[in-house]
Design a protein around this ligand. Structure first.
Ligand code: FE2
Length: 481
């Protein structure tokens, strides 16, 4: 029975696990092992962030979200590509490198040696700078949601230090890892969770000067990883989670492991006006959301496209994250929620029940009605599984296209890059890193977003692997040699 089930899978757990091997080495080179051709008009730099170390000197961290941030960059110009990767030199990374052991507890369960006695009452957190990387206002910033950004040199990826955005942030103030780019504005937020939580909204112009900043207190504990925007609102989903800090304080668990979804409570859709006015809250059925794809307004209605889970998708509290049983965890589904601001009601339809995560779209359509979305997905149409494919959804026709790297490839987040002077909404490329278990290396894959069925325009083979990452972005500026 076991064999039959294993055969049916599009992936091999042991192979998938190796994509989470640490990558302690830093590289810089012209990529010369290429299948296909890099489009000559693809000009700019693809930046990607994610955990580079999944162990500290052999001691495994408990969850990839606790891994030290490592930035990869692929600079494209005239049909060539230059690769670089470098660790963000956070204070914690440098201290632990020097000590050769885990010195900090991780939010997602990484513990210092010594059991609970070695961890009790230690509430210090390490700013691991591992979630997102953006180039904005002349600065390359590595982002992590609970602390300040780190600034890096966009050419060399050298860390220049913590960055307070020229005084917009005070030391210790957070700047989330999920900013949204709205034309020439960057909209971001920070959350201070507690018995009541504070959400601060920042809007920056293209030089990274502050346009607006406003803070709002909302009742209850708020775990808000992402937001969606429309021209009038910043939209958050307050998942019905409760936080019991005791196991964290006593050293038994990481703070993130003390979250519990309460299925009897509602999810609150919080709409914060971007230009003043009252915060609106509308309740809907319980679901758990990390990421939103997009949102848009039609009259008094706001539509929000989000990846929803039936419960908090956390692996076993005590187990190794690599030993995850995918089939036992909830799969993300793409929902379109319709928020009626006048009636104060929310309804939803499941747009895509296939396991999916990491949505992207044309940057010009952020906050607006849109036709195309691209998202990481499982190879098989049902059940939870690692992401191995990219799905394109055409909201107008309902048509789907898919490109899959299965059985030995594992896909990361796709990033949509518009073709210069492109004519249609899907005129551009999708860039993503794919872990190729056959060679224990990663590929930079370039897909033509107009037609995923053609397969990659180019597959750039790196000389090594990059552990599965989190988020990335594209700058039209070329930061290669
Ligand atoms: Fe995220």
């Amino acid at each position: 029975m076991q064999n039959i089930e294993t055969k049916k899978r599009s992936y091999d757990v042991k192979e998938w696990q190796r994509g989470y091997d640490s990558q302690p080495q830093e590289f810089s080179y012209w990529i010369d092992d290429i299948e296909g051709q890099i489009p000559a008009d693809l000009e700019g730099t693809f930046f990607k962030n994610g955990p580079g170390l999944l162990d500290i000197n052999g001691s495994s961290i408990h969850h990839p979200f606790d891994g030290d941030g490592m930035i990869s960059s692929v600079a494209f110009s005239q049909g060539r590509a230059y690769f670089r990767n470098k660790f963000v030199q956070t204070a914690g990374y440098l201290e632990e490198k020097k000590a050769g052991k885990i010195l900090y507890r991780g939010v997602f369960g990484t513990q210092k040696p010594g059991g609970w006695l070695g961890n009790i009452f230690d509430l210090k957190i390490k700013n691991i700078a591992n979630t997102h990387v953006i180039y904005w206002g002349g600065k390359l910033l590595a982002l992590w949601e609970a602390a300040e950004p780190h600034r890096l040199d966009p050419y060399t990826l050298e860390t220049l230090g913590l960055d307070y955005l020229d005084g917009i942030l005070q030391p210790g103030e957070a700047f989330s890892a999920h900013p949204r780019v709205d034309g020439d504005r960057l909209v971001n937020f920070a959350v201070k969770p507690g018995l009541s939580s504070t959400i601060t909204i920042y809007e920056l112009d293209k030089t990274a000067a502050l346009l607006t900043k406003h803070a709002h207190s909302i009742p209850g504990f708020a775990f808000l990883h992402d937001m969606a925007i429309t021209p009038n609102y910043c939209i958050f989903f307050q998942n019905p989670v409760s936080f019991n800090p005791l196991p964290f304080v006593l050293g038994w668990r990481g703070a993130g492991q003390c979250l519990q979804l309460n299925p009897k409570e509602k999810t609150k859709v919080i709409l914060i006006p971007r230009n003043g006015g009252e915060v609106q809250v509308v309740e809907t059925e319980p679901c758990f959301v990390f990421h939103h794809a997009n949102a848009f307004e039609v009259g008094d209605k706001v539509f929000v496209d989000s990846i929803c889970y039936s419960s908090f998708p956390s692996p076993d509290a005590d187990g190794d994250f690599r030993e995850v049983d995918f089939e036992r965890l909830p799969a993300g589904e793409l929902w379109r929620l319709e928020v009626d601001l006048r009636a104060k009601t929310v309804s939803h339809e499941v747009i895509e029940s296939r396991c999916c995560e990491f949505p992207t779209l044309h940057p010009n359509n952020v906050g607006k009605a849109y036709r195309y979305m691209y998202i990481g997905t499982a190879h098989q149409p049902t059940g939870n599984a690692p992401l191995q494919a990219v799905l394109k959804i055409d909201f107008e026709t309902g048509k789907r296209e898919i490109w899959s790297a299965a059985p030995r490839g594992y896909a990361g987040e796709p990033v949509f890059v518009p073709r210069p002077n492109g004519v249609s909404e899907d005129d551009g490329w999708l860039l993503l890193l794919v872990y190729d278990a056959a060679f224990h290396r990663s590929d930079v894959v370039i897909l033509d977003a107009r037609n995923l069925n053609y397969g990659p325009v180019a597959r750039l083979h790196l000389k090594h692997h990059i552990p599965y990452g989190l988020h990335g972005s594209f700058s039209e500026q070329y930061f290669g040699p």
